[in-house]
Ligand binder design. Structure first.
Ligand code: ADP
Ligand code: ZN
Ligand code: MG
Length: 476
């Protein structure tokens, strides 16, 4: 039997506001436990929450970026359950009337483009944290995170493969980062993803029973967890069993998903509209104002890099994956860098060095203008491509200009024919056997001679002139 996979994702994104969702406490990470709390976010009776306007704005902004309908009227609802990190006994969320509905994003997998529907985007508050480790026989509760604004993005069950699921999360992560509404840090949990997955016999219209997988904190684990879960479900069905609707946890160490709780154990949340909060009313003027602040998004920037700068699709894709990278590129082009040359250096040497140090491009000492300076030296034949790599590393490390480094270290390319000729004569004199073999037809020895000459000139000889002269001399 052939099975088809069906996946729908729920993404939680911590919003980059200064203060919490319903009080003025700071959302700064890493402070003393319970130092960022007040009667509202620790759930004291008799207090009144007030919604954070910025958080609502961020959700609308995201909704506009992914083609959602923005609801003119939406409500907060109480989701009731008991847990020590939830002092009110309910989480404020949205249920029947979310701020955004009916959106979509496009993803590209293996050259094909697919449109994935978005059911809704709503606002809610985060819970606190229970701390069990390093506390002896006790558990502690830290409520600094309680009340932090979270945006939940729910997809339609339109995703068909684990790879598409990972691409979908990548795309949304890029969007929220471009918009500046979430930092997208998956390891630290400011962007979290739960995956709903089921399988059905190919050709069947109804969906199969789904499981929900939690605890995947990277793109790689999203793919791995889904891969595992799909195989597990197919095996259960092929063995004559049935899938139990349940929540499962991805176990990174074991590389498997494990049952956490079944549907029977699931909470009945008894949602109802929160009577303490006024409805959210969004008028056309507010939407227009937010629209006017929208930045160019990764998809359209990618298309523009292809049409305006003539980049191949792969370059455009990589260079627009992060807003600061795309801006670094455009700055270099603006300063006179040839687009493809800039792209090559960025995707090659620059990314390599940044990755080695785990650094972001905006932390790099190397500025766009300095790469352009280096490119000019190559263009004018002042340095060779090989030397350029060494110079690049030096600019990267020190943030100094290429021209200064080249002068200081005497790296200027040697294009003087008589000087190069001298070296060629020496190399030929020192390698009579190789000269014989070349004359007997071993063409590939040309590379050997060129290598020797480059070695003797410490890579400074102009390779074009070396090749011309070398041929002339050897073929005489
Ligand atoms: P629940 O009632 O369990 O919360 P929802 O219908 O609200 O389920 O959907 C939650 C998420 O699960 C959505 O992203 C949706 O696309 C996805 N989903 C729903 N049904 C299935 C299914 N049979 N297989 C895979 N994903 C599904
Ligand atoms: Zn507070
Ligand atoms: Mg649901």
């Amino acid at each position: 039997m052939q099975y088809e996979t069906v996946i729908g994702l729920e993404i939680h994104a911590q919003l980059l506001t200064e203060s919490k969702m319903f009080c003025g406490c700071s959302v700064k990470f890493g402070s003393e436990p319970n130092s960022q709390t007040c009667p509202v976010c620790i759930g004291m009776p008799g207090v009144l929450p007030v919604a954070n306007r910025k958080a609502i704005e961020y959700v609308i902004k995201t909704g506009l970026a992914v083609n959602c309908k923005i609801a003119p009227y939406s409500r907060f609802a109480r989701k009731n359950y008991f847990y020590p990190d939830l002092p009110k006994g309910y989480q404020i969320s949205q249920y029947e009337l979310p701020i955004c509905e009916h959106g979509s994003v496009e993803i590209t997998v293996n050259g094909g483009t697919r449109k994935i529907g978005l059911t809704r985007i709503h606002l809610e508050e985060d819970a606190g944290k229970n701390i069990h480790e390093g506390a002896g026989n006790y558990s502690y509760v830290d409520l600094n995170r309680a009340g932090t604004p979270l945006m939940e993005i729910v997809s339609e069950p339109d995703i068909r493969t684990p790879q598409e699921a990972a691409e979908f999360v990548k795309k949304l992560r890029a969007i929220v980062r471009y918009l500046g509404v979430c930092d997208g840090n998956m390891e630290q949990g400011s962007l979290r993803c739960d995956a709903n997955v089921s399988v059905r016999p190919e050709g069947q219209n109804e969906f199969g029973t789904k499981t929900e997988i939690k605890n995947m904190n990277s793109f790689k684990y999203i793919e791995k967890a889904l891969d595992y879960e799909i195989k597990r479900q197919i095996k259960v069905l092929n063995d004559g069993g049935r899938i139990i609707q349940e929540t499962r946890l991805w176990n990174t160490a074991k590389g498997i998903t494990e049952s956490m709780r079944s549907k029977e154990e699931a909470h009945d949340y008894r949602y109802f509209p929160d009577p303490d909060l006024v409805p959210v009313e969004v008028d056309g003027k507010w939407i227009e104002q937010i629209k006017s602040q929208l930045v160019e998004l990764p998809d359209s920037r990618q298309q523009r890099f292809i049409s305006q700068h003539g980049l191949p699709e792969q370059d455009a894709d990589l260079l627009t994956s992060e807003r600061p990278i795309s801006e670094w590129f455009e700055q270099a082009v603006k300063l006179g860098g040839e687009p493809k040359a800039v792209s090559n250096w960025m995707m090659g040497e620059l990314m390599k060095l940044l990755n080695e140090e785990g650094k972001q491009i905006e932390e790099s000492a190397l500025k766009p203008g300095q790469l352009v300076g280096l490119l000019k030296l190559i263009d004018k034949n002042i340095i060779s491509g090989k030397i350029a790599k060494t110079v690049f590393e030096e600019i990267y490390k020190t943030g100094r200009d290429a021209e200064v480094i080249v002068k200081e270290k005497g790296l200027v390319q040697v294009s003087d024919e008589s000087e190069i000729e001298k070296v060629i004569d020496e190399v030929i004199a020192n390698n009579p056997k190789e000269v014989e073999r070349f004359k007997a037809g071993e063409e590939k020895l040309l590379g050997f001679f060129a290598g020797q000459i480059m070695k003797a000139t410490k890579g400074k000889a102009n390779p074009k002139i070396v090749n011309e002269l070398l041929r002339k001399k050897l073929e005489n």
